[in-house]
Ligand binder design. Structure first.
Ligand SMILES: [Zn+2]
Length: 112
């Protein structure tokens, strides 16, 4: 939406009286777009790392996580909105693990 159109919309929807309305109304829409963007990026990143859990072979995007080998730099959930190329670089030596295998790896001590 252009600046002009946004101003018109804002004015028509109550202007100052309802400050923030535009963002509230479009929040759902924006979240949905963000989800779709992440889905596309995750597909690419998962494929780059072999497409399935390295330990058990699980392959649904929903349950796959990135395990950082060695020095963990940043949490993937904090950098989701970065460009795909930056994410590829960040995850180039990560391992693909499903949520179960990932938890087992980090919380081995609970099972012993
Ligand atoms: Zn697994």
């Amino acid at each position: 939406m252009s600046r002009e159109a946004a101003r018109k919309w804002y004015w028509e929807h109550g202007g100052k009286e309802k400050k923030g309305t535009y963002n509230k109304v479009h929040l759902k829409e924006r979240k949905e777009k963000e989800k779709q963007r992440w889905k596309r990026k995750k597909r690419v990143l998962v494929d780059m790392l072999g497409g399935k859990c390295k330990k058990c072979g699980y392959s649904k995007l929903s349950g796959l996580t990135f395990h950082h080998n060695g020095a963990k730099r940043e949490n993937i959930s904090d950098i989701r909105t970065r460009p795909l190329e930056a994410l590829k670089e960040e995850l180039k030596d990560a391992e693909l693990l499903c949520a179960n295998c990932h938890m087992e790896l980090h919380y081995k001590w609970l099972d012993s």
